[in-house]
Structures are given as structure tokens and as C-alpha cells.
Design a protein around this ligand. Structure first.
Ligand SMILES: Nc1nc2c(ncn2[C@@H]2O[C@H](COP(=O)(O)OP(=O)(O)O)[C@@H](O)[C@H]2O)c(=O)[nH]1
Ligand SMILES: [Mg+2]
Ligand SMILES: [Zn+2]
Length: 319
């Protein structure tokens, strides 16, 4: 009975506590297994498919993490934090008020480009008009890059919400954003059973009231229909203020800024940092307004952080 192996999907994480559900449940399976990783060997994320070895009726250990299509995570010089694995799409939630961080927006776009994940921006609280123009202005460089931007009001405009359903159906999307932008409101509008599911996860994970630091996987409502035989899901991640990308190398950074790509290799110096050098093709691109000054500034900041992390980690193995 016990000590059998099965394939499962990681559906909730809170610190090092995880819940996984069987991919092809048998009648005798529990709805969730409490999952432990053996030591620090496995860094798992919600959305991961796992090979489990059961240890009791509702507990199991992770044998393997099945190959991922992608892993969204953030990192600084010392630590990394997984957000979600195997996602089709990032839904970045921004609001008119309180104002959002343009820096976080820029970093989310780079993380998405690097992992090859589609990015969709949801500008929420457009019922609050005072800061709407300012928000649109901050979004202009991203609109220019072809990233889809949807203006919505999770609280007051149901049509704006339901018109997004076709973009979610059949896909696994992860909600990211600073706290206060309206992620929970969105989730509860789209998935009416979300708060009940959250309570169930919290009891099993024993999160107490620290529910907002957990990451969770919710199936989309069956009424939205399947696409390619899949219902799709929404992953809710904790709000965060920092989005470190110290794990990206210089070359990875250059390629994640998609509008830089046509200029790469055209600078006068082969080791050009695109910050001040004469004959820099990318700085020329900025002066010809093909590249936004915001983006070159972000590039320089990320490059600085990446180099700093390389230096720091020479004495640290823990990244
Ligand atoms: N005016 C307005 N307020 C909203 C809207 N969506 C969410 N809020 C409010 O913004 C606050 C933060 O929302 P919440 O969903 O908790 O944000 P989260 O921290 O990103 O999960 C709450 O007081 C919500 O009621 C909206 O569309 N319009
Ligand atoms: Mg929330
Ligand atoms: Zn250059």
C-alpha cells in the first residue's frame, strides 16, 4: 500500500512545506499529498511535476522533479526564490493607485523574455482616473515593444474581466505584482472557489494566517472550456517589491532586451557595456529613439547587479 511511486503536480508551497496532487488520481489516493524534499537537494516550485514516493497515506517525498519547460525565479547575490514552474504566461498586475514600480515592471519583462514566457500586463483600478494618464505614460515603452496591455477594473468592471477569459483559457498563467495592486481581487473574480480552496490548502499546509506568503495553483473554471485538451490554471504568487535578476549573465541580459538584438555586435568595442562608450550602436539607437532611455538605464543597472553577484558568489556557494 505505502511506498508506491506516483506522478504529481505541486499545487501549493509555503516556505518548505508543499502540497502535491496526483496527476492521475486512483480512488485510494488522497486529494493532496504533503510533500517533503530530501534535504536541500530539490528546489521545487508550484507548477512542477514530480515523481513522488509515498511514505504514508497522505505523505510523500520527492524522488525527482520532471523536466521543466521553464522556471520563473528571482535572485540576488545570496539567495534565489522560485515563483512558478512550467507556466505559459505571466500576468503582471499593475494599478493606477497606489502607483506601481516601473523598475519592477522592467524586470518582470526581462524575466519573461529570458525564460521565453509570454507577458501580459493588466493595468488594474482604471476606475481611479486621476493617475491613469501617468500609468499609461510609464507603460508606453512596453506597448511599443508589443507587449499586450489590458486596462481593467477588477472591482467595478466585470466586462473588462470577462473579456480576458479567452486569453487565459487552456493556459497556465502566473499572477505577479506588488501587493496592493489587486491580485487577490482578480483571482476571486475569476475563480469563485478560490477562497474555499485557499482555506483548504492553508489547513493542510498549516500556514495559519500567513496565507499571503504562500504560492498556489488554481484550476480555471470548467465553464471557460478547454483548449488543446487543457483547462488551464492560475497561479497566485506572493506580492513582492524586489525582482533580482542576478542570475542572468551579460550575454543573457543583452538578448533579453529584444530591441537591442539588431544592434548587438555593432559597437566599436567588442566588450562595450553600452553605458558611455564612443561608437556604441545601442546608445545610437537611443539617440535615434529606437530604444527607450528607461530600458538602457535598466540594462545598466541589471548588468551592474549581475557582475556584483559574480564577485560576491566567489565566496558563497548558496546562490
Ligand atoms: N478602486 C479599485 N480598487 C480595487 C480594485 N481592485 C482591487 N482594489 C482594492 O485594492 C486593494 C488591494 O487589493 P488586493 O486584491 O488585496 O491586492 P493584492 O495585494 O495584489 O492581492 C483592496 O482594497 C481592493 O479592494 C479596482 O479595480 N478598483
Ligand atoms: Mg493578495
Ligand atoms: Zn555598446
Amino acid at each position: 500500500m505505502h511506498n508506491s511511486s506516483l506522478k504529481a503536480l505541486l499545487v501549493a508551497s509555503y516556505g518548505r512545506n508543499y502540497l502535491a496532487r496526483p496527476v492521475q488520481p486512483k480512488a485510494s489516493d488522497p486529494e493532496f499529498y504533503e510533500v517533503k524534499s530530501r534535504g536541500k537537494k530539490h528546489e521545487v516550485a508550484v507548477g512542477d511535476f514530480l515523481e513522488l514516493q509515498t511514505t504514508s497515506a497522505n505523505q510523500a517525498v520527492i524522488e525527482t522533479i520532471l523536466p521543466r519547460t521553464n522556471l520563473l525565479f528571482r535572485s540576488d547575490a545570496f539567495r534565489s526564490k522560485s515563483i512558478a514552474a512550467n507556466v505559459d504566461q505571466i500576468l503582471l498586475v499593475l494599478a493606477t493607485e497606489p502607483g506601481f514600480s516601473p523598475d519592477l515592471l522592467g524586470r518582470a519583462a526581462i524575466a519573461a523574455a529570458h525564460e521565453g514566457i509570454e507577458l501580459r500586463i493588466l493595468l488594474n483600478k482604471t476606475d481611479l482616473k486621476e493617475q491613469l494618464l501617468k500609468a499609461r505614460e510609464l507603460l508606453a515603452p512596453y506597448q511599443h515593444l508589443g507587449i499586450p496591455i489590458h486596462e481593467i477594473s477588477a472591482k467595478f468592471d466585470r466586462v473588462s474581466m470577462s473579456s480576458l477569459e479567452p486569453f487565459l483559457a487552456g493556459k497556465v498563467s502566473v499572477l505577479v505584482g506588488q501587493s496592493g495592486m489587486g491580485k487577490s481581487t482578480l483571482l476571486n473574480q475569476w475563480i469563485p472557489t478560490a477562497s474555499a480552496q485557499t482555506r483548504e490548502h492553508s489547513t493542510k499546509l498549516d500556514t495559519g494566517k500567513h496565507t499571503t506568503t504562500a504560492c498556489r495553483y488554481y484550476d480555471l473554471p470548467a465553464s471557460w472550456g478547454m483548449k488543446d485538451g487543457r483547462l488551464g490554471a492560475l497561479i497566485d504568487s506572493p506580492g513582492f517589491q524586489e525582482f533580482g535578476l542576478a542570475h542572468l549573465s551579460e550575454s543573457e541580459l543583452q538578448h533579453a532586451f529584444s530591441e537591442f538584438v539588431p544592434y548587438l555586435g555593432k559597437c566599436r568595442f567588442h566588450n562595450c557595456t553600452h553605458s558611455h562608450e564612443p561608437g556604441c550602436a545601442i546608445l545610437d539607437g537611443v539617440s535615434q529613439t529606437h530604444i527607450s532611455p528607461t530600458r538602457i538605464k535598466l540594462f545598466n543597472q541589471l548588468l551592474h547587479e549581475s557582475r556584483n553577484a559574480t564577485i560576491q558568489t566567489q565566496g558563497h556557494q548558496s546562490l
